[in-house]
Design a protein around this ligand. Structure first.
Ligand SMILES: Nc1ncnc2c1ncn2[C@@H]1O[C@H](COP(=O)(O)OP(=O)(O)O)[C@@H](O)[C@H]1O
Ligand SMILES: [Mg+2]
Length: 321
């Protein structure tokens, strides 16, 4: 668990704080996404967590320990750091780049070799071919994967990821996001993830922390933030398709009518209760129907209607909640 308690940072020679009395907690096993416009303090917050910057005031703890009482080198070994400008060493092979931290930790050669192979496979790269290449021989997407693999090399419980998928094109980016979420289901790392892309934030985050000009504006689950934006700044950041984003995060069972009888016949459209309402809506549009049966396994447990979806959107996406 990571906690920040009234953290401020004013860089020397400036009088406006880059980070201004920010407090929050990131629970173990969660992805917490920091989102906000360029210059709002996201990178500075991450860099204070692994002590690449010192706060001007406030306290940061990791698993209850004040990080100022820890040796920075020891602290950083428990924290993987991924940045957009990946920073791979150009004259070392991919294999050597991923081995850096385990070598620093004096792992035996055979253990390092096995770990590097395992990691490259984990992030979707072929160890036999990619492992022997040099950074300039890789595509943007491959380099980003190597960056993630390198940060995970010593299996740190915490990962700081600063716009890790920022430098790749949108399609590769969606792939990397999906793969990373799949990995995280097993790895359960504690992750601080920075992005300026609200769609990426909503997709990746268990929690969002919304920042503007060094201040924490709002904190909550993506659904909480989408349904109750704190102010006009958050509202604008969320974008015009806020209603659609909400439908993507709302399960059919939340909006279904339990008491209504579904007129079942062999051509009826059915959807599983845990699926997003957005999928049900797409189904209704495609089949030109105005209701679907909602199932738990084989059993029909309710009915989801076009009208109830419409009412929900207009209720939650009013301009001023
Ligand atoms: N080393 C530094 N010296 C002076 N100002 C800095 C330094 N690093 C960042 N800043 C300033 O702090 C603010 C926050 O920067 P940063 O944390 O990089 O924002 P973000 O990552 O959200 O784009 C910006 O105004 C930036 O110019
Ligand atoms: Mg930044």
């Amino acid at each position: 668990m990571i906690t920040l308690d009234r953290i401020s940072k004013t860089f020397p020679g400036t009088d406006i704080p880059a980070v201004d009395r920010v407090s929050f907690q990131v629970n173990a096993g969660n992805i917490c996404v920091f989102v906000g416009p360029s210059g709002c303090g996201k990178t500075t917050i991450l860099r204070m967590i692994n002590r690449l910057e010192e706060p001007s005031s406030g306290r940061i703890t990791v698993n209850g320990q004040d990080i100022m009482s820890l040796d920075p080198a020891v602290l950083r070994r428990t924290i993987g750091y991924v940045i957009q400008q990946i920073g791979l060493l150009p004259h070392k092979t991919i294999e050597q780049n991923v081995s850096l931290v385990p070598e620093l930790l004096n792992w035996p050669k055979s253990k390092i070799k096995a770990r590097v192979t395992e990691l490259l496979v984990l992030v979707g790269l072929d160890p036999g071919t990619v492992g022997r290449k040099y950074p300039h021989q890789l595509s943007g997407g491959q380099s980003q994967r190597v960056g993630v693999a390198r940060a995970m090399a010593a299996d740190p419980p915490i990962m700081l990821m600063d716009e890790p998928f920022g430098a790749v094109d949108p399609i590769v980016r969606i792939h990397l996001q999906d793969e990373f979420l799949r990995l995280q289901q097993h790895l359960k790392k504690t992750i601080c993830f920075v992005t300026h892309d609200i769609n990426e934030a909503v997709k990746m985050g268990d929690y969002l922390i919304i920042l503007n000009m060094g201040r924490l504006i709002q904190m909550g689950t993506p659904l909480e933030v989408l349904t109750e934006p704190a102010d006009d700044f958050v509202l604008n950041l969320l974008g015009d398709d806020r209603g659609v984003k909400i439908l993507d995060l709302t399960r059919c069972e939340t909006l279904m009518d339990r008491d209504r009888n579904f007129p079942y016949n062999p051509d009826s459209c059915l959807i599983q209760s845990v699926k997003p309402v957005k999928i049900a809506l797409e189904l209704m549009m495609k089949k030109n129907i105005d209701q679907v049966g909602v199932c738990k396994g084989e059993r029909i447990v309710g009915v989801l209607t076009w009208n109830s979806i419409k009412e929900h959107i207009s209720r939650v996406s009013r301009d001023r909640p």
